[in-house]
Write a protein that binds this ligand. Structure first.
Ligand SMILES: [Fe+2]
Ligand SMILES: [Fe+2]
Length: 196
């Protein structure tokens, strides 16, 4: 099956709010890809696929994860995170998608990860700022997204970590590693020249 046929079949599985959200991430990822010189079509495709795991129930995700040794212990405890690595696994093993960049971006879109490539950064951010998102700080991050990708990502991961702490949910160490990587990236890439 070619990628266009897979795209159409997967799109049909996304329904209701999940489809609205996925299309919002798709259009936002296209705009970010254009702004930052990434492949627009690949960004759009990855965005459409990013929540494919959510077409499965929590118990199905858990079962697939355990049977195939996909996720670590913490992910198994947090079903809201599990759809990302299991979704990537399903895209690879059910649909035959073997593009490592697409799979990596889908896998990391909830927790983030240190050293994420441009496509993964775009998907993480597009997921946070797509037009349907009304979470606290989304408007500010939306504005920053087209000025400085990594600063916007840092804002998004900071707000996500705050939210996780407030909810007393499990904070995955990959989110902390992602934040520290963004901080060191921003420090190393700061020109040190004050703006006038
Ligand atoms: Fe997701
Ligand atoms: Fe999403």
């Amino acid at each position: 099956m070619d990628i266009k046929a897979i795209r159409e079949k997967i799109k049909k599985k996304l329904t209701g709010q999940l489809l609205v959200h996925s299309l919002g991430v798709e259009s936002t990822a296209r705009r970010l890809a254009t702004a930052y010189g990434a492949n627009e079509e690949k960004a759009a495709l990855t965005a459409l696929f990013h929540d494919y795991g959510k077409t499965y129930s929590s118990s199905e995700l858990l079962q697939i994860a355990v049977e195939n040794n996909i996720a670590d212990e913490l992910l198994l405890l947090e079903p809201s995170l599990l759809h990302a690595p299991v979704g990537a696994w399903l895209l690879e093993h059910e649909w035959g998608i073997n593009d490592r960049e697409i799979l990596h971006a889908v896998k990391t879109h909830t927790t983030g990860a240190a050293g994420m490539n441009l496509l993964a950064c775009i998907i993480y951010l597009a997921d946070y700022i797509e037009p349907g998102r009304t979470c606290p700080g989304a408007a500010e991050i939306r504005e920053l997204a087209f000025q400085d990708l990594h600063k916007a990502l840092l804002g998004a991961v900071d707000l996500t970590i705050k939210y996780v702490l407030e909810k007393q949910s499990i904070l995955h160490p990959h989110s902390v590693l992602f934040r520290n990587w963004l901080l060191s990236f921003l420090r190393n890439n700061s020109s040190g020249v004050a703006e006038s």
